[in-house]
Design a protein around this ligand. Structure first.
Ligand code: GTP
Ligand code: MG
Length: 510
């Protein structure tokens, strides 16, 4: 408070390469800021290098206040250094306590909370980008929460000492020389042991925590980036043992390649297992319906509501990483299998598409795709597009689709929304949370499934009673007639089941 800080603050090291960055508030109520770089390229805000000639921060006072806090902390530290200071020991244990407190329990797993600093870079060419940087950053924040990180506000970022990870909203592409320069510059600017990562690395981190199969994608992502990880060795060696860093790279690359080999084998066996499981399932003629949609749309909640299954549904991104299939039994005795899938996300890293494909293989064999949309989300349209794009890549255009607008309980004008849906004719409005519209949903599913069924007229002998009940369960029966020779049934049934009925169909023709 007695500090008067110069404005703009001086550079501690004038030789250090520094990109100017302008800070803007994330939104009026949010304490988070995002960075704007006026020219092409990326930039960083480094604590000592906070050279903001013309900050786009709403109030200069706000930033000054942050500086005050830093200064106060610095002041406290220098006091600390006084020999024999009794506050020193106290501070020490406080720090230790704080360190211990950062181990948190989440979903039965112990995670260490990292203080992270989100950086979004808006480039000139990106302005048209549908999601917009604010939304993208918000999503990144949620991603970071999911990874078990604590999103520190920019304040703590400026507090320097607090920041351990800097997360970029875009994939920092490897291989090109300007990435290396970019990373080195970042390292230089941040100094110390700050971890710099990007959207891809963060998503991979989440996957790595919960889905073993995706570890592969992570390793493949790491391989070209190893070069960067070992440059510090070269620097330490000061040119004398220049080969040292390189050797370590080779060792690391070899280890990674071996691990990739092992994982690939594991993945193969997982695939085989899943395939066997699917084959077993297809011998039961129950149609399979897959839930797809943007992450956090409410797919797992819908599955839970319909089946009473206890699938993890949470307000965090990528809550579901493994497909889960449950049997849905309707009041009228009809059944279908409902499969939950991993959510989609924009800017899906290229390395992840392959991993998604493995998890999403399930849906290529379903009779119907239900596209779940969080219609209360301001960017619902863009999320729909993002999902459609992935579906296109998965080559499932031949499978019929049904769109569900979820979270109708959350929208401002549900009646207007329902009218909109009605006008478009192919949309069901539901609230997976309170159960609204679920009956309509099931009926719509049945209706769509009919499109993938074939019409049969079959005379089923009385001794094959179980076949008749299966027709009722999995098909749509129009008529049954009892005759001397058995039950004459006219119905839509799944193709596979129709094959089972073939001999009886011939019977009905004669
Ligand atoms: N208000 C409201 N919230 C909902 C509704 N459906 C789901 N949610 C909430 O939305 C959040 C995400 O739901 P999930 O079912 O986990 O979403 P998901 O699509 O499975 O997400 P991923 O597994 O990440 O792909 C949870 O907090 C749910 O409680 C709804 O109809 N209304
Ligand atoms: Mg889910």
């Amino acid at each position: 408070s007695e500090f008067s800080l110069p404005w703009p603050p001086p550079l501690t090291n004038p030789n250090r390469q520094n990109f100017p960055i302008f800070l803007r508030k994330d939104s009026i109520n949010s304490p988070r800021f995002f960075a704007r770089v006026p020219q092409q390229g990326s930039g960083v805000v480094s604590p000592e290098d906070l050279s903001l000639p013309n900050p786009a921060v709403e109030t200069k006072e706000e930033v000054l206040r942050v500086f005050d806090e830093v200064a106060e902390e610095e002041g406290a530290k220098s006091e600390d250094k006084a020999p024999g200071s009794s506050t020193r020991a106290k501070k020490k244990t406080e720090e230790e306590d704080e360190f211990d407190n950062r181990f948190k329990l989440r979903n039965g797993r112990e995670v260490f909370e990292e203080k992270a600093y989100l950086v979004g870079v808006e480039r000139k060419g990106d302005i048209e980008y549908a999601f917009g940087i604010e939304e993208s950053l918000k999503e990144l924040g949620q991603l970071a929460d999911t990874a078990g990180l604590m999103v520190a506000e920019i304040k703590s970022a400026i507090h320097a000492l607090g920041v351990e990870t800097v997360i970029f909203d875009d994939e920092l592409s490897a291989g090109k020389c300007n990435l290396n320069r970019q990373l080195r510059n970042l390292e230089k600017c941040f100094g110390g042991d700050v971890r710099v990562c990007d959207r891809t690395a963060l998503i991979l981190d989440i996957f790595n925590q919960r889905a073993a199969t995706v570890a592969l994608a992570q390793m493949e992502y790491q391989l070209p980036r190893l070069t960067k990880m070992w440059t510090h060795l070269e620097r330490q060696a000061g040119g004398q043992v220049k080969g040292m860093g390189e050797k370590q790279i080779e060792v690391d690359k070899r280890i990674l390649r071996t691990q990739i080999g092992v994982l690939k084998k594991e993945l193969d066996s997982v695939r085989k297992h899943r395939k066997q499981y699917r084959n077993r399932r297809t011998s039961v003629p129950v149609p399979v319906v897959s839930l797809v949609g943007y992450t956090n749309a409410g797919k797992s909640t819908l599955l839970n509501q319909l089946t009473g299954a206890n699938v993890l549904a949470e307000d965090r991104l990528f809550a579901t990483l493994d497909p889960t299939t449950r049997r849905v039994q309707m009041k009228n005795g009809k059944e279908f299998l409902l499969t939950d899938t991993v959510g989609f996300i924009q800017k899906l890293p290229t390395t992840l598409v392959a991993a998604f494909r493995a998890t999403l293989e399930e849906i290529t064999e379903s009779s119907l795709l239900v596209h779940v949309v969080d219609i209360s989300h301001p960017l619902a349209e863009q999320q729909i597009d993002a999902v459609d794009k992935v579906l296109l890549e998965l080559d499932v255009s031949s499978i019929p689709k049904l769109m569900v607008w979820n979270k109708v309980d959350k929208v401002a004008d549900p009646e207007k929304l329902k009218l909109d849906a009605e006008k478009r004719g192919d949309i069901v409005c539901v609230s997976a949370l309170n159960g609204e519209g679920l009956l309509e949903f099931c009926n719509a599913v049945q209706e769509r499934l009919k499109d993938s069924m074939v019409w049969v007229e079959a005379l089923i002998p009385f001794e094959k009673g179980e076949l008749l009940s299966t027709v009722h369960q999995v098909g749509m029966v129009e008529r049954t007639e009892y005759t001397e020779n058995g039950t004459l049934v006219k119905a839509h049934v799944p193709l596979r089941f129709a094959r089972l009925l073939t001999p009886m169909r011939q019977l009905s023709i004669t």
